[in-house]
Design a protein around this ligand. Structure first.
Ligand SMILES: [Fe+2]
Length: 298
């Protein structure tokens, strides 16, 4: 049944010899503090060699880094585009909400289509990876969130490396990791308004160009259907419990201040609900979604 699961490398169930050292190394990075994964970037349009080297060393370990740029020294759009370019996000996903340059302003929507979607409200967003409803040719391998301004209250983000989620699930029972690698494990139904076809695929897969683990997931229970299989259902529940563990040393929580943000290889994330003030104190986050993983080509 689970024959599409990789048979070679760290993710192969049969290859404990490749898996164990990788698992041990990944786990050895934790617990981490936020300062361990923060990079100060003086000019986000042109990060220095030293800043990029530090960021890449963190990404090697956790698949994401947090950054701090001088607040309000540049428009949020320029910061987000500068960092996207500097970290190899060359092909941005032009989703229906994106502007022409591929960036999306994530804020409480005032008009148009945005308020129908939870990201453009002040409501909480559950654990997910970006683009879990995208067709394979539009798979999101990286994204960036840049905070231009924050809400008066709430709006904290939480993040977890999907490789850790995979490890924790596999440690519980390898059959659970295998079940969520089934090519029909998770289905997102069609969205007629966006003329989007239904999308069925695995939660865990190996990204062909990079050989890295890719995760496609949402903790939403509405508008999602799981393969009608007892092990797949048990695996989805076990994963949800892993992510809901409020004492987990693997979850990084941060309420981004203006000028701060995250660059990642599409890690698991979500946010708490928030309250905007009528004028100053409205949350505005710039988002870039990329078909490319993080790279630092210079
Ligand atoms: Fe997201």
């Amino acid at each position: 049944m689970f024959s599409d699961f990789p048979t070679k490398g760290s993710f192969a169930l049969a290859e404990q010899a490749a898996y164990r050292p990788w698992r041990d190394l990944k786990i050895s990075y934790y617990p981490i503090t936020k300062e361990d994964i923060f990079v100060d970037i003086a000019d986000p349009t042109q990060p220095t060699e030293r800043e990029r080297t530090k960021a890449m060393a963190i990404v090697q370990r956790t698949n994401f880094f947090l950054y701090r740029t001088p607040a309000l020294s540049l428009p949020g759009r320029e910061v987000a585009l500068g960092l996207a370019r500097a970290f190899g996000f060359h092909r941005l996903d032009a989703n229906p909400m994106a502007d022409e340059d591929g960036l999306t302003q994530v804020a409480v929507g005032e008009a148009g289509a945005k308020p129908r979607y939870i990201p453009y409200t002040d409501r909480p967003i559950q654990w997910h990876t970006d683009g879990y409803y995208n067709a394979p040719e539009r798979q999101i391998r990286g994204f960036l969130l840049h905070c231009e301004s924050r809400a008066v209250e709430g709006g904290e983000n939480f993040l977890m490396d999907p490789e850790i989620a995979y490890i924790l699930l596999r440690e519980r029972d390898p059959a659970l990791a295998a079940a969520l690698s089934h090519p029909e494990a998770m289905t997102v139904p069609a969205n007629e308004e966006e003329s989007r076809a239904p999308c069925t695929g695995p939660v865990f897969s190996v990204d062909a160009p990079s050989g890295q683990l890719h995760m496609r997931y949402t903790a939403r229970t509405r508008s999602i259907s799981w393969l009608d299989d007892a092990v797949v259902r048990a695996a989805a529940q076990a994963l949800a419990r892993i992510l809901d563990d409020s004492a987990s040393p693997y979850v990084v929580r941060h309420r981004f201040a203006p000028g701060e943000g995250v660059v990642c290889n599409n890690v698991l994330h979500g946010r708490t609900g928030f309250r905007d003030a009528p004028t100053l104190g409205r949350r505005l986050v710039w988002r870039a979604r990329s078909y490319d993983r993080i790279a630092s080509p210079r």
